[in-house]
Design a protein around this ligand. Structure first.
Ligand SMILES: NC(=O)c1ccc[n+]([C@@H]2O[C@H](COP(=O)([O-])OP(=O)(O)OC[C@H]3O[C@@H](n4cnc5c(N)ncnc54)[C@H](O)[C@@H]3O)[C@@H](O)[C@H]2O)c1
Length: 378
């Protein structure tokens, strides 16, 4: 009886039926570390067939597919051959940052849908090329920000959009690791020719997305940026000889709507955290306890500081649990958009601003002064 009476507490939203008779044929471009997460998530979709894989390194795609139990796969030596020859509806671009733009533009221009790993690319110029390719073609392009699907991130957005904070005027975000320069399977994250950008793009893009998505992605106007490489270049660090990107970056950004964004990110630092994320408004502010900025988690309950009947009070929003893995939702939502011709779950029109900030921080740091962020018409 109690089970029946309590039924209103259960989630009443019916799980979406998947039409397994309509298959989406997928190709994997770049068969390194993150490609495995894509394959694992695609395997959970009864309407997806992985039919092709490409990698620049001879034999790598073959070994990868064998290790992941994929059969009847066509192998190609680069994205171009795969896109030109394989019968695919969509591709996952899982290459290192430096080839994101060329793979994505080529795929979109050849009628394919693309799930592109984060960060979108290296430069603003490349981001503009990607957005223009998306505009002139019909394929779906979604950018791989799985934290978007985290229930806590969704709650943060709801809070910001609710108006409860009043006018938002100042944001501090970022984070990082005390020691955590990523070299999981080689040095593609830290070499200039493959990664292009370091902590700034790798984990910086996540914390920027967390706050910018929450407040509706206002346009960035100006930036003062800084970046350094003291840890990566330290002779005691085993890969210092090939380290060619930033391991710390910071920026002070003016956003449209008179909002200041104060940002810092580290792969390595002599500190536990460079601070919590805070979003300050005229009626309330929210604190997001510091995170490691890579897995979509938040570091503890959200705290809202506000005033009730003249009293300064705090409202604590307990951490929410995700019933489904965010990475699985990232893949499923992309496939749904491909099948239904729907909106991209994470559209490039938003991430363009994320990339513009990353590019602006980098250029401002190199010039040693504040710069205007100018985003060409798409
Ligand atoms: N979403 C996440 O949680 C997450 C986690 C890790 C990495 N990533 C992102 O995924 C991307 C890849 O990271 P990784 O660790 O798998 O890198 P990786 O270096 O392990 O693998 C990349 C592979 O792409 C191949 N490649 C490069 N250009 C190619 C091309 N034109 N055609 C075919 N193959 C090509 C390389 O040979 C390499 O094997 C990065 O942009 C990274 O930021 C995302």
């Amino acid at each position: 009886m109690a089970g029946i009476l309590d039924r209103f507490k259960e989630d009443q939203t019916a799980a979406k039926e998947v039409d397994a008779s309509r298959k989406v044929k997928v190709g994997i471009i770049g068969t390194g570390w993150i490609a495995e997460a894509h394959v694992n998530a695609y395997k959970k979709c009864p309407d997806v067939e992985i039919v092709a894989a490409a990698d620049l390194i001879p034999g790598k795609a073959e070994a990868f597919c064998k290790a992941n139990g994929l059969e009847n796969i066509e192998f190609y030596p680069s994205h171009k051959e795969l896109i030109d020859n394989a019968d695919v509806d969509a591709v996952s671009v899982c290459t290192y940052n430096a080839t994101h733009a060329e793979c994505t533009v080529y795929a979109l221009d050849h009628g394919k849908s693309v799930l592109l790993e984060k960060p979108m690319c290296v430069t603003l110029e490349e981001a503009v090329e990607i957005c223009r390719a998306e505009k002139r073609n019909n394929g779906v392009l979604s950018i791989g920000f799985q934290p978007r699907f985290d229930e806590n991130m969704k709650m943060l957005k709801k809070i910001c959009q609710s108006g409860e904070l009043g006018k938002i005027y100042y944001i501090q975000t970022g984070g990082g690791r005390r020691r955590g320069i990523p070299t999981p399977y080689g040095t593609s994250f830290i070499q200039k020719d493959t990664a292009g950008i370091g902590a700034l793009g790798d984990i910086g893009c996540y914390s920027l997305d967390m706050v910018l998505n929450s407040i509706g992605y206002p346009k960035p106007l100006t930036v003062t940026g800084y970046k350094s490489d003291y840890f990566g270049k330290d002779p005691s660090y085993e890969h210092h000889d090939v380290f060619g990107v930033d391991d710390f970056a910071a920026g002070f950004i003016r956003l449209e709507g008179d909002i200041i964004l104060d940002f810092r990110i580290a792969w390595a630092m002599n500190l536990d955290t460079p601070g919590d994320t805070i979003i300050m408004g005229t009626k309330g502010s929210v604190r997001v306890p510091s995170t490691e900025c890579w897995n979509g988690s938040i570091g503890g309950p959200l705290v809202i500081y506000h005033e009730i009947a003249g009293n300064q009070v705090e409202t604590i929003i307990e951490e929410k649990h995700n019933d489904e893995d965010c990475f699985d939702i990232k893949i499923r939502s992309f496939i749904d958009a491909v099948k239904d011709g729907g909106e991209a779950p994470v559209p490039c029109s938003q991430i363009l601003y994320n990339q513009a900030i990353i590019d602006g921080i980098s250029r401002s740091a190199e010039l040693g002064r504040e710069i205007a962020i100018e985003i060409p018409e798409i």
